[in-house]
Ligand binder design. Structure first.
Ligand SMILES: NC(=O)c1ccc[n+]([C@@H]2O[C@H](COP(=O)([O-])OP(=O)(O)OC[C@H]3O[C@@H](n4cnc5c(N)ncnc54)[C@H](O)[C@@H]3O)[C@@H](O)[C@H]2O)c1
Ligand SMILES: [Zn+2]
Length: 371
C-alpha cells in the first residue's frame, strides 16, 4: 500500500530501511487488519499487548477482526499505569509470548497509551532478538508523541525510562475516534505536547490551535485528525534528522520538560499528569526567556492564554526552589550540573540556552505566574 492510498492523513517517517507510515483517520481501526498485513508482510501471528482499560474498548474488537482476517491473535493484558513499565512485567510478557508460540514472524501490536507502547515496544525489541512492532496508540499523548520516534523502554525503581532501545515500528495506525473514551484529564494533559510542537516548530499550528480551541475541546474528530497528523509530521521531521538523539536536535522536544521533570519528581509522580507538568514547565520556560531578554512578554502571555483556554494548569505546585534547582542539575539532560534550557525566542522557534544563571530560575519559580 502506498501513501496515495491514504484516505485521510499519512505521515511517512523516512529512516532508510526502518522507514514506515503513520496513518491517521477516523474509522481506520475498522480496517486495521489490512493495514497490519501491508505493514508486516508474512506475519505468522499477532500478539496484542494492551492494558485492562483499553482491552475491552479496542483490543478485544481488534482481536476479533484480526482472527476473521485469518491472523492468529493473542491478547496480553497488563495493569493500567506507569507501574507496569518494569522489567518484571516485560518478563511476564516474554514468557507469555513463548507460551503462545511466538516466533520471529510474530508482530507485537501495542494497543493503548504511552505505557503500553513503551512496554510492548521494549518487549518486541528484545524478544527473539527483535520482532516487528506495530503501534495502535489510543491516548492523545501516545498519538502525538510516544508512538512516533522509536524510543521504547521500561523504568528502573529510581529512574524513569532508564532501560530501553530505539526500535522503530513497522507502522502506526491512529484513529482519533479512540480519544472519545479517554478520561478528560488525560485528554487535556495530552494537549500540552500539542502546544509544545507549535511553540518549538510551527507558528501556524499554534495559530490554528488558538482558532480551534472549541473544536479541540469537544474532541472533533476531523480537527483532531489534522492536529495529530501535523504533530506526527513535526516529530517525524526531528526524528529523521536525529534518530538516536546524537546531534542535539531532538533535544528541542524537551521544551518545558526540564521544569516539568523536576515538578513531577518532587511531587512523587502522583499529583501531576505529565502534560500538566509540561504546561507549567512551558509557562516557566517562557517567563525565563522573557527575563533573559530572549522573548517578548506578549508571546509568553499568548502561550499562557492558549494553555489556559485548552484547560491546562500553568501554576506550578508550591515547591522549594532550591530543591527544584537540585533536581534540574541532576537531570540526565543537564550538562555537568550546569543549567540548560530549551527556550523560545519567537512563536514557533526555540533555542538551546546553556549556563542559565540559577538566580533567574529562582525568580521564575518564586514569582509563579505573575508575569
Ligand atoms: N517513547 C516515547 O518517545 C515517549 C514519549 C512521551 C511519553 N512516553 C511515555 O508515555 C507514558 C505515558 O503515556 P500516556 O499518557 O498515554 O499514559 P497511559 O498509557 O498510562 O494512558 C493513560 C490512561 O488512559 C487509559 N487509556 C488509554 N487510551 C484510552 C482510551 N482510548 N480510552 C480510555 N482510556 C484510555 C490508560 O489505560 C491509562 O489509564 C509514560 O510512561 C511516558 O514515559 C514515551
Ligand atoms: Zn513530554
Amino acid at each position: 500500500m502506498s501513501a496515495s492510498d491514504c484516505r485521510q492523513h499519512c505521515v511517512q517517517v523516512a529512516l532508510g530501511p526502518r522507514s514506515y507510515t503513520i496513518r491517521i483517520g477516523r474509522g481506520l481501526l475498522a480496517e486495521a487488519a489490512q493495514h497490519l498485513r501491508a505493514a508486516a508482510p508474512n506475519l505468522s501471528q499477532a500478539a496484542l499487548i494492551t492494558d485492562r482499560n483499553v482491552e475491552p474498548l479496542y483490543a478485544a474488537p481488534l482481536q476479533k477482526q484480526f482472527q476473521s482476517a485469518g491472523i492468529p491473535t493473542n491478547v496480553l493484558v497488563v495493569e493500567p499505569g506507569e507501574a507496569s513499565k518494569t522489567i518484571a512485567v516485560a518478563t511476564r510478557l516474554w514468557e507469555a509470548l513463548l507460551q503462545d508460540g511466538a516466533d520471529r514472524k510474530t508482530v507485537v501490536v501495542a494497543v493503548g497509551g504511552g505505557v503500553v507502547g513503551d512496554l510492548a515496544g521494549f518487549v518486541a525489541a528484545a524478544y527473539a532478538r527483535g520482532v516487528r512492532l506495530y503501534q495502535v496508540p489510543t491516548s492523545l499523548l501516545a498519538q502525538v508523541d510516544s508512538s512516533v520516534g522509536g524510543k521504547v523502554g521500561v523504568d528502573l525503581p529510581k529512574a524513569k525510562n532508564m532501560v530501553g532501545a530505539f526500535w522503530q515500528p513497522v507502522g502506526v495506525l491512529i484513529d482519533p475516534a479512540t480519544l472519545h473514551t479517554l478520561p478528560e484529564r488525560e485528554y487535556i494533559s495530552g494537549l500540552a505536547e500539542v502546544v509544545k510542537y507549535g511553540m518549538i516548530l510551527d507558528a501556524d499550528l499554534l495559530v490554528r490551535l488558538e482558532q480551534q480551541v472549541e473544536a479541540i475541546r469537544r474532541r472533533d474528530e476531523e480537527e483532531l485528525a489534522w492536529v495529530v497528523a501535523r504533530c506526527c509530521r513535526l516529530k517525524a521531521d526531528v526524528v529523521e534528522q536525529d534518530e538516536r538523539e546524537e546531534t542535539g536536535l531532538r533535544a528541542i522536544l524537551n521544551y518545558g520538560h526540564t521544569f516539568a521533570h523536576a515538578f513531577e519528581t518532587l511531587t512523587g509522580y502522583s499529583q501531576l499528569l505529565h502534560g500538566e507538568a509540561v504546561a507549567m514547565g512551558m509557562d516557566c520556560a517562557a517567563r525565563l526567556a522573557v527575563r533573559l531578554g530572549r522573548l517578548d512578554t506578549e508571546t509568553a502571555l499568548r502561550q499562557r492564554r492558549l494553555l489556559e483556554a485548552l484547560g491546562l494548569p500553568i501554576q506550578p505546585p508550591s515547591l522549594d526552589p532550591e530543591q527544584v534547582l537540585e533536581v534540574m542539575r541532576r537531570d540526565k539532560k543537564a550538562s555537568h550540573g550546569r543549567l540548560r534550557f530549551i527556550l523560545p525566542d519567537r512563536l514557533g522557534h526555540v533555542e538551546l540556552v546553556e549556563s542559565v544563571p540559577a538566580d533567574e530560575v529562582r525568580v521564575v519559580l518564586r514569582t509563579g505566574n505573575n508575569t
